[in-house]
Design a protein around this ligand. Structure first.
Ligand code: PMP
Length: 379
């Protein structure tokens, strides 16, 4: 048996997802693949809980980062103002990407393990009119959850035409997310986290008005592969059952994603999210019993996808990670400029959370307790 991969993405695969990748080679414009791709795009609507036929799903070869490029290259013109709400490394990188394409970025940082405060956000919103506001739904570096629903309400109150875009790479399919009800304009994600598919896909969803902004720019987007104008007709055609070509999709990855989507929608997405909350609560209670603290200090800021865990005084990530591996468990090192070596990250998403028969979560918690014991720590 392989070591259990419990980093915050990529995650463990269900066998059926993995087997779907072994599909025989087929034409990307053949009837069989067109049907699967079109269906997968429609399933994405259900995953983000949107019924608006004018909102647009995109599934493109790439990864989570390509989602940032789509937003930065298409929805903002050089010199336009963007407000980035950051709760860690990935919020900072989203800001870098926007800056790279010429946006004028104002970044609000939460304290380590927290989110920018509502008062700061309101103040920033009152000072300037922003073309868009972005937030990282779950920052994978800290395990901090951001309240998107309230953010959209605050933005709409002061500036109804400002677009609100979420980085949902570490939240889609494990955190509550209601695209239409909340009034979001975009969510970008990837296959390898809570969705439970292999890495290699940029998965995004934009409101009708976001697509309109991308298609009616004053200056053409400074991107070719990441140009939404090139992709919108392709996605529309596939969903309508018509072959279409801009750049070759990966049929094997799409088959895997199709299976993953069907699995996560099979019993309703709400149930799946409730299961992630239950498992996350259990993990947080268990680490508290070990005398350990999560990086996300407030309950309301804690993601249900993962837990970033402070290590005891005198124990470093480089001490504990090899000990975990020797017990068949892989956690990730810290990924934050100021607290990096002092914490580790435990991803409890997807099949490891949903299928309790696997025993992944208890295996990880036991391995953590033992490993810390070997480092001289007593709970
Ligand atoms: N955003 C978040 C929140 C992430 O966790 C990641 C990846 N860990 C990314 C963006 C970038 O995604 P990728 O590594 O797939 O390019």
């Amino acid at each position: 048996p392989h070591p259990t991969l419990l980093i915050p993405g990529p995650i463990e695969f269900d066998d059926a997802v993995l087997q779907s990748m072994s599909h025989y080679s087929e034409s990307h414009v053949g009837a069989g693949f067109v049907k699967i791709f079109g269906e997968t795009l429609s399933l994405l609507r259900q995953v983000v809980r949107s019924t608006d036929p004018n909102a647009q799903p995109f599934i493109i070869n790439g990864s989570g980062t390509l989602g940032w490029d789509l937003v930065a290259a298409n929805l903002v013109e050089a010199g336009e103002d963007v407000l980035v709400l950051s709760s860690g490394y990935f919020g900072d990188r989203f800001a870098d990407c926007l800056t790279q394409y010429g946006a004028k970025v104002t970044k609000l940082d939460g304290p380590v393990g927290g989110v920018p405060s509502p008062a700061e956000i309101e103040k920033a919103l009152s000072e300037k009119k922003y073309k868009l506001v972005t937030a990282t739904h779950v920052d994978t570096s800290t395990g901090v959850l951001f309240d998107l629903k309230t953010l959209v309400q605050s933005v709409k109150k002061v500036s109804p035409d400002t677009l609100v875009i979420a980085d949902g790479v570490c939240s889609v399919a494990c955190e509550e997310l209601a695209f239409d009800d909340w009034g979001l304009d975009g969510v970008i994600t990837a296959g390898q986290k809570a969705i439970g598919a292999p890495a290699g896909l940029s998965i995004s969803f934009f409101s009708a008005r976001a697509v309109e902004v991308a298609h009616n720019r004053k200056i053409p987007a400074a991107a070719y592969f990441a140009n939404m104008k090139n992709w919108t007709p392709i996605m529309k055609n596939y969903e309508a059952g018509k072959p279409s070509y801009f750049s070759t999709p990966s049929p094997q990855l799409i088959h895997a994603l199709n299976t993953a989507f069907k699995q996560l929608l099979a019993n309703g997405i709400e149930k799946r999210i409730a299961k992630h909350v239950e498992v996350s609560d259990y993990v947080k209670e268990s680490i508290a019993k070990l005398g350990l603290k999560p990086v996300a200090s407030k309950k309301e800021d804690q993601s249900h996808a993962m837990t970033a865990i402070y290590l005891p005084e005198g124990v470093g990530a480089t001490d504990v990670l090899p000990k975990l591996l020797s017990k068949g468990v892989i956690f990730a090192a810290g990924l934050h400029a100021t607290i990096g070596p002092k914490y580790i990250r435990f991803g409890h998403m997807g099949i490891s959370a949903v299928n309790s028969n696997r025993g992944d979560i208890d295996k990880a918690l036991n391995a953590l307790k033992e490993s810390l014991g070997e480092c001289g720590y007593k709970a």
